[in-house]
Design a protein around this ligand. Structure first.
Ligand SMILES: C[S@@+](CC[C@H](N)C(=O)[O-])C[C@H]1O[C@@H](n2cnc3c(N)ncnc32)[C@H](O)[C@@H]1O
Length: 246
């Protein structure tokens, strides 16, 4: 998958994504990343990309011209092929695992990062396919949103993680949170790992983990249970497990 990030701060995006798992995926060529600097398309020699707002208001707004020309430079480089284009903004629909999975099916994704008070609405209307937020809060710029999305989407691209299991069994993939997890030592500060997990009985372990996942969801994100039908028998097992944890 080809990622493009249109930004005033390419080094912020590059430095994060060129390390760890996404860095290795970039080195192996499983994904590609090009950060394009909006300031290279400034309207004058002083690098001007923003101006005051019509109708007043505090702060500056990024202008249509530089944002459009920067986007067009990518489209031209791709022989006129438009990448799926997203403006990251607190006004967008909120990003989640389902949206990440949907975007991971695209062959290219261009993310436009705003700064200051944001971007003139007209250029967003003209070039963006959708507007996405990473949560109901306001950041200084779109770069953190862009790296968040690219990191999450990349995990679902074949070859980026060692196996599909590495992400399919995780929280939010099937409407619940992941089960509680433990590693060595088996006892730490008088807290013992549940015996069943060391029993070697895979069916019992799978069942324990299934109920543990429901308990985690119930305790930490009860709102998610609204979409799940839980049998009476499972509720009894969940109550028993929860009692054992307290
Ligand atoms: C200070 S914000 C502008 C906020 C805008 N004036 C508003 O009230 O909707 C500057 C830039 O940060 C990015 N940004 C801020 N919060 C975001 C969020 N929750 N999700 C995605 N991008 C965000 C956007 O690209 C935005 O253009």
């Amino acid at each position: 998958m080809d990622f493009y990030v249109e930004t005033l701060f390419p080094e912020q995006v590059d430095s994060f994504l060129r390390s760890s798992i996404t860095g290795r995926a970039l080195e192996k060529g499983i994904i590609s990343l090009e950060c394009v600097n909006i300031r290279d398309h400034a309207i004058n020699d002083y690098g001007k990309v923003d101006d005051t707002m019509y109708g007043g208001g505090t702060g500056m707004l990024m202008q249509c011209g530089p944002v459009y020309d920067c986007w067009k430079s990518v489209v031209d480089k791709r022989g006129g092929k438009k990448p799926h284009t997203v403006y990251v903004s607190p006004k967008g629909s909120v990003f989640d695992q389902a949206k990440a999975r949907e975007l991971s099916q695209k062959d290219s994704l261009l993310i436009i990062c705003g700064h200051y008070e944001g971007i003139d609405s007209r250029v967003i209307d003209e070039i963006c396919d959708e507007e996405i937020s990473i949560g109901d809060f306001v950041l200084t710029g779109g770069e953190i949103a862009a790296v968040t999305m690219i990191d999450c989407i990349s995990r679902m691209i074949p070859g980026v993680l060692p196996s599909e299991d590495a992400y399919t069994n995780e929280s939010h993939m099937s409407g619940t949170l992941e089960q509680r997890q433990y590693t060595k030592p088996s006892v730490w500060h008088d807290r013992a790992v549940p015996e069943v997990l060391m029993s070697g009985n895979q069916a019992a372990i799978d069942e324990y983990n299934r109920i543990s996942s429901l308990v985690e969801t119930w305790q930490k994100r009860p709102d998610m249970l609204a979409d799940i039908k839980i049998s009476e028998e499972d509720w009894e097992k969940m109550l028993a497990m929860q009692k054992g944890l307290c």
